[in-house]
Ligand binder design. Structure first.
Ligand code: BG6
Length: 484
């Protein structure tokens, strides 16, 4: 198999918040792995920028420790780490003041690609963008990268978009949703649009329903201050699950290019029907004697914030009218697993007479862990004694099917940061997409707040509240089991 990797040109990547958690856990380890893979040109430079004073060498030492902690041991090669660290510089900077900006101006090069990663609180996006311009650092071709949360409602997202637009064109803004950087999420597009098999069946005539599950085993301990103001709807559904829904439901774009893909995605969000209160179940994990509950983790004994959401959605367009999409996500569930399952209808007529417990064809796309795909098909149960049908999985684990290429799956951040350098916005959210997703989510959240809805309790290690099961049962369907 020949893999074709698009080469990367020399660049300066400035990471504001360069000493923060995301930089240490994801961004810099990811860049190191790309360096190890030979994908970083010799002239590439990474400049950490943050408030504290430290030397280049201190910064390198802290990133050496981060690589030790967050890069898999077999990938930690001493000579490569040393060569990677050589590319690092550090600038102490005051995001809202003057300190450090002259030095940043001095050390950034004007003749290479420039990218500025805003790995900081959204309140600093404006001051950073403004200073990059005032100080003559930003140019017409440079790129900025921003992280979620991109607003907490439509009004704040609009305000953020407006602030960024004062200083940068949309083509310069890379809004990260790290789910779009996951290998299997992109595979979803490859499977849909690279095969003739699925697309003809990909509509309400043949698809009974679609399930999207993002289940986590972790709680919110340590992030309670942020999470308690967000909840699963803002933290996961408005962005990650919505992006998955878009990729599953969108029309085939004419080309795999940023605007063609994003035009189709935004149409899906705009086609969503408003969600009725009985179509959503919110849950909150409760203490079970062995583990703390959400309220203890969030340090808010009165909290009504949801750590679990399950909902039914309708995409009102010709393709999907009549096929519901069921989404669910939660913390402290029984397993860490993310998957999309396309559940097909039964054949219109059974020539084999009534068959008990038939469950039909399901295409399950597993995003994590154990990336892969399964297609459940019906065959004859072996042996004499009549025609009995049985369902078996056609299994494709990427690790097994693709050998080393299947196991060595790059982390989402690793890919997305390199896409920024390459100038490819396909896997980033456009401003109108984010606003459309908030326009959909806002009334749902406002409804809970107005009614003072209380989330249903669920046990840590379970599949979420019983009411989520009922949501499905009412429609004569059932959730797939949450398992790794
Ligand atoms: C983040 C959320 O965006 O995604 C977290 O803020 C969540 O609450 C995380 O845990 C999940 O990401 P992943 O890649 O581990 O599935």
């Amino acid at each position: 198999m020949v893999s074709r990797v698009i080469p990367v040109e020399p660049f300066d990547l400035v990471i504001f918040g360069g000493t923060g958690d995301l930089a240490r856990r994801k961004i810099l380890p990811g860049l190191y792995r790309r360096f190890l893979a030979g994908q970083m040109p010799a002239e590439a430079r990474i400049i950490g920028a943050a408030r504290s004073e430290m030397s280049d060498d201190d910064y390198r030492a802290s990133i050496r420790a981060a690589i030790g902690e967050f890069v898999a041991k077999p990938k930690q090669d001493a000579a490569t780490i040393a060569a990677f660290l050589e590319r690092l510089r550090y600038v102490a900077i005051d995001a809202t003041g003057d300190a450090g900006w002259d030095r940043l101006q001095e050390i950034t090069r004007k003749d290479v690609i420039q990218a500025f990663y805003f790995s900081v609180a959204p309140t600093l996006f404006g001051p950073l963008a403004e200073r990059l311009h005032q100080k003559g650092i930003a140019c017409e071709t440079c790129r900025i990268v921003v992280e979620k949360p991109f607003g907490r409602d439509l009004a704040s997202a609009r305000a953020l978009n407006a602030t960024l637009a004062e200083h940068f064109h949309e083509r310069q803004i890379y809004r990260i949703d790290h789910y779009l950087g996951k290998e299997t999420v992109q595979n979803l597009m490859a499977v849909r649009f690279g095969n003739i098999l699925f697309e003809p069946l990909w509509n309400a005539q043949y698809v009974d329903h679609i399930q999207i599950t993002v289940a986590e085993t972790v709680g919110v301990g340590g992030r309670g201050a942020y999470y308690d103001k967000a909840g699963a709807m803002r933290d996961m559904v408005q962005n990650h699950l919505m992006q998955l829904l878009c990729l599953i439901a969108m029309e085939p774009p004419a080309r795999f290019d940023p605007d063609a893909v994003r035009d189709e995605k935004v149409k899906v969000i705009r086609a969503l029907d408003p969600v009725a209160p009985e179509e959503i179940v919110r849950g909150q994990y409760q203490a079970n004697g062995r583990e703390p509950g959400y309220r203890e983790d969030a340090e808010n004994p009165e909290s009504l914030t949801e750590s679990f959401v399950a909902l039914r959605l309708h995409v009102s367009n010709w393709r999907w009218k009549g096929t519901p999409f069921y989404l669910r996500t939660g913390k402290k569930l029984k397993a860490r697993t993310s998957e999309i399952a396309v559940v097909f209808k039964d054949p219109p007529h059974s020539i084999f007479g009534p068959q008990e417990n038939r469950r039909g064809n399901v295409l399950a796309i597993k995003l994590q862990p154990n990336e892969g795909m399964t297609l459940r098909v019906t065959i004859k149960e072996p042996g004499p004694g009549g025609m009995r049908l049985v369902e078996v999985p056609l299994d494709m684990s990427f690790a097994e099917a693709l050998g080393p290429n299947g196991t060595d799956i790059p982390d989402a951040y690793e890919r997305l940061v390199m896409d920024v350098i390459r100038g490819n916005q396909t896997l980033f959210m456009r401003g109108d997409e984010v606003e459309a997703a908030w326009a959909w989510a806002d009334p749902v959240i406002a409804g809970w707040e107005e009614r003072g809805d209380r989330p249903f309790p669920y046990d840590p290690g379970s599949s979420g509240p019983e009411e989520a099961q009922i949501l499905m049962h009412r429609d004569g369907r059932r959730w797939r089991e949450i398992r790794e």
